[in-house]
Design a protein around this ligand. Structure first.
Ligand code: ADP
Ligand code: MG
Length: 639
C-alpha cells in the first residue's frame, strides 16, 4: 500500500488529539455523522442540478453499526464519496489557517475540551480520540474505483485500491481503543445521536443484534435489526407551533458544532411574493475566527431543502458574520451557480429582509434588558461579544445606519456599564448641542485624561471610546440622529454632532472664550512657549478645557488623532506627513503663570518641554526622547 506522510499540522493535531483530549470524547460521532450528512447534501445537489449525475438514483441515508468482538464502530453513507486524490487532500492535509489558532487554543486551554474540534473544520481527526486505527473506504459518485485510506493516526497514512463498493459513498471503520469500546454499544450510540445529531436532515439507521436468552442464560436466538434513530427533518421548514424550545437548541448543536449555548434564535417563514424560511442563531460566544480574514461563513443556503453552499460570504453582510443559520428559498432555481448567486435579486431580497429582521431582534433584546435580570444578562453578553462587529456595520451598511446606531454601546463618564447614544441624549442638560467622546487609549488612560476636566466641571457627559475601532468608525458617523416628538407633537428628526474632546473646536460649549483681558495677559507666555517648542507643535493656545492640569494636547479638527496616526504607522501605512499636536495650556496654573517673569531661555525651554511631554504621556503616547524629558524635569526639580 502506498504510504503518505501527513502534513505537519495534521501530525501535530493528531498528537494533541490522541494525547490530550479527554473530555467530551463522544463528539467524534457527531463529527462523522456531520461529514456523512455533508456528503449526502453534496450528492443530492448534483443529482438535481447537473446533467451527468441525474441518472444516479439514490436514497440518502447514514448507517451505523458496531461489532463488540472485533471492537469496531462503522459509519457509512451513500453520499458523494472520495477518490484517491480527494482522500489525500481531505484526510491528509488541513487547508484552513484556523488550525494554528486551534492548536494554540488547545495548548492553552486547561480543560482541553474536544468539543471545540468541529468548529475548526478538523472534525474527522477527532475519531482518533477513540480509535487507534481508522479505515475509510470510499467510492466517488460517477466513478468505478473504490479506495481504502487507512491510518493509525501517527505520521502517515496509506491509500490503496480495494474491492468495489456497491454504491457510491463512504464507510468509516473505527478500530476502537480499549477505552473506546464503550462506543460499540447500542444504547450509547443511540443516546449520542439523539443528543447531537437528532436533527440531521437524513435518516440515520443503527444496525444491532437482538439476542434472546433461555432461562439458563444461554443464547437462544439472535436477530439482526435495523432501526431509525433520529427524527431528522429540516427543522427550519416545520411550523413554529410544532417545534419546542429544545428542538432549536438541539439543532444548534448539530449546526454550529457548538460548544457554546445559543443566545437567541429567530425562525422566519415568509410566504408572499417570496417564499422562504430562515433560521438564524446568535451564539453566546464569538466564533474563534471572527477577526480572521479567512473566517468561515456561518450561514448555509438551501433551495427547496437541497443544500447549495455553506461557503458564500455574501449571504450575510460581513459585520453579521457571527450569525449561524440557514436560508432556504423556494424561488431560486436548483442549479444556481455561485457566480449567479452574487447578483441574484431574489437572494438579495431575502438577505435584506433577514438583516432587517436580525437588527430588529437585537433591538428587542436591548429593549428587553430593562425588564428582567435574565434579559439584561443576555443583552450584556451580546454586547460583550458582538458590539465590535456591529460598529463595523456603522460604516459598512449605510442603509441600516439608523438601526445600528441604536445598538452600539459605549462606556461613559456619566454612568456605569454600557451607554447608548439614546441614553446620552436623554441625559443631556439644557441646550447642549453636541455629543462628546474621547478616543485613543485604554479605559483607564482615557478616564484620567486632563481633556475631561472642564467637561467634568460643567457636568457634561463624555463617552469613553476605548475600542480601537471607535477611532475609525465614530468620526465617519459625524452625527447621531433620532426621531423625536417635537413641540407641536409631530415627529421630527433631531440630530447631534459627534465631537471628539481631543479636537480643536470641541470646546465651544465649555463656556465663553477666556475674556480678552486674560488672552492678552497670557499672550507673552504663550509666545515664549511657542518659540521654545518650535516645530514640535502645530500651535500653542490658551485652554478652556483645563481645570487642574497645566496642559493638554489636541488634534487639529481635520487631522487624524495622534494615536490614530501611530496606529496607521504600526500597520505599515507610510508616507503620511507627521501629525503635530496643538498644545493647550492652563492660564491659571502656576507652571504657566510662573513663566511670566522668566527670561532665561534654557528654563523656558525646560518648562515648555515638560508641559508638552507630560500632556503626551497622559494620553498614552510614547515619547520620542524620554531621556530629554527626564533631564528637563530633573533640572526643574532641582532648582
Ligand atoms: P470539515 O467537515 O469541517 O471540512 P473534517 O475534518 O470533518 O472537516 O473533514 C475533512 C474533509 O474530508 C471534508 O471536508 C470532506 O471533504 C472529507 N470527508 C470526510 N468525511 C467524508 C464523507 N463521509 N464523505 C465524503 N467526504 C468526506
Ligand atoms: Mg466535518
Amino acid at each position: 500500500m502506498a504510504q503518505h506522510q501527513f502534513q505537519t499540522e495534521v501530525s501535530q493535531l493528531l498528537h494533541l488529539i490522541i494525547h490530550s483530549l479527554y473530555s467530551n470524547r463522544e463528539i467524534f460521532l457527531r463529527e462523522l455523522v456531520s461529514n456523512a450528512s455533508d456528503a449526502l447534501d453534496k450528492l443530492k445537489y448534483l443529482t438535481v442540478a447537473e446533467e451527468n449525475y441525474k441518472s444516479i438514483s439514490f436514497d440518502p441515508r447514514i448507517d451505523l453499526s458496531f461489532d463488540k468482538e472485533a471492537k469496531t464502530l462503522t459509519v457509512a453513507d451513500n453520499g458523494i464519496g472520495m477518490n484517491e486524490g480527494d482522500l489525500e487532500e481531505s484526510l491528509g492535509t488541513i487547508a484552513r489557517s484556523g488550525t494554528k489558532t486551534f492548536l494554540e487554543k488547545l495548548g492553552a486551554d486547561a480543560k482541553k475540551d474536544s468539543n471545540l474540534i468541529g468548529q475548526f473544520g478538523v472534525g474527522f481527526y477527532s475519531a482518533f480520540m477513540v480509535a487507534d486505527r481508522i479505515e475509510v473506504i470510499s467510492r466517488k459518485a460517477g466513478e468505478e474505483k473504490t479506495w481504502k485510506w487507512s491510518s493509525e493516526g501517527k505520521d502517515s497514512y496509506g491509500i490503496e485500491e480495494t474491492e468495489s463498493r456497491k454504491e457510491q459513498g463512504t464507510t468509516v471503520i473505527l478500530h476502537l481503543t480499549e477505552e473506546g469500546t464503550e462506543y460499540a454499544n447500542r444504547w450509547t450510540v443511540e443516546d449520542i445521536i439523539k443528543r447531537y445529531s437528532n436533527h440531521v436532515a437524513f435518516p440515520i439507521y443503527l444496525t444491532y443484534d437482538e439476542k434472546e436468552f433461555d432461562d439458563k442464560g444461554k443464547e437462544k436466538s439472535s436477530k439482526t435489526k435495523t432501526d431509525r434513530i433520529n427524527s431528522g427533518q429540516a427543522i427550519w421548514r416545520r411550523a413554529k407551533s410544532e417545534l419546542k424550545e429544545e428542538d432549536y437548541h438541539e439543532f444548534y448543536k448539530t449546526l454550529a458544532h457548538g460548544s457554546d449555548e445559543l443566545l437567541h434564535y429567530v425562525h422566519t417563514k415568509a410566504e408572499g411574493t417570496l417564499e422562504y424560511a430562515t433560521l438564524f442563531y446568535i451564539p453566546s460566544k464569538a466564533p474563534f475566527d471572527l477577526y480572521q480574514v479567512d473566517y468561515k461563513s456561518g450561514v448555509k443556503l438551501y433551495v427547496k431543502r437541497v443544500f447549495i453552499t455553506d461557503d458564500d460570504k455574501e449571504l450575510m453582510p460581513t459585520y453579521l458574520r457571527f450569525i449561524r443559520g440557514i436560508i432556504d428559498s423556494e424561488d431560486l432555481p436548483l442549479n444556481v451557480s455561485r457566480e449567479i448567486l452574487q447578483q441574484n435579486k431574489i437572494l438579495m431580497n431575502i438577505k435584506n429582509a433577514s438583516v432587517k429582521k436580525l437588527l430588529g431582534e437585537f433591538k428587542a433584546m436591548a429593549d428587553g434588558a430593562a425588564h428582567s435580570e435574565e434579559a439584561k444578562t443576555k443583552w450584556e453578553t451580546f454586547i460583550q461579544e458582538f458590539n465590535r462587529p456591529l460598529k463595523e456595520g456603522l460604516y459598512q451598511d449605510f442603509a441600516n445606519r439608523d438601526a445600528l446606531q441604536e445598538l452600539v454601546r459605549f462606556k461613559s463618564t456619566a454612568a456605569e456599564g454600557w451607554t447608548s447614544f439614546a441614553d446620552y441624549v436623554t441625559r443631556m442638560k439644557g441646550d447642549q448641542k453636541n455629543i462628546y467622546y474621547i478616543t485613543g487609549g485604554d479605559e483607564k488612560t482615557l478616564r484620567a485624561s486632563p481633556l475631561l476636566e472642564a467637561y467634568k466641571a460643567k457636568e457634561i457627559e463624555v463617552l469613553i471610546m476605548d475600542d480601537e475601532i471607535d477611532d475609525i468608525v465614530i468620526p465617519s458617523l459625524f452625527s447621531y440622529r433620532k426621531e423625536l416628538p417635537g413641540t407641536d407633537g409631530k415627529m421630527e428628526t433631531k440630530s447631534w454632532e459627534l465631537k471628539a474632546v481631543n479636537r480643536a473646536g470641541a470646546d465651544e460649549e465649555l463656556g465663553e472664550k477666556k475674556d480678552k483681558q486674560a488672552e492678552k495677559e497670557a499672550k507673552p507666555v504663550i509666545e515664549k512657549i511657542k518659540k521654545a517648542l518650535g516645530d514640535r507643535v502645530k500651535d500653542v493656545k490658551l485652554s478652556r478645557r483645563l481645570h487642574d492640569s497645566p496642559s493638554c494636547i489636541v488634534a487639529d479638527e481635520k487631522d487624524p488623532s495622534i494615536q490614530m496616526a501611530q496606529m496607521l504607522k504600526a500597520m505599515g501605512q507610510t508616507g503620511m506627513t507627521e501629525v503635530k499636536p496643538i498644545l493647550e495650556v492652563n492660564g491659571d496654573h502656576p507652571m504657566v503663570t510662573g513663566l511670566k517673569d522668566v527670561g532665561d531661555e534654557g528654563r523656558i525651554a525646560d518648562v515648555a518641554g515638560v508641559l508638552l511631554d507630560q500632556a503626551l504621556l497622559v494620553e498614552g503616547i510614547k515619547l520620542k526622547d524620554p531621556a530629554d524629558f527626564v533631564k528637563r524635569l530633573n533640572r526643574l526639580l532641582s532648582g
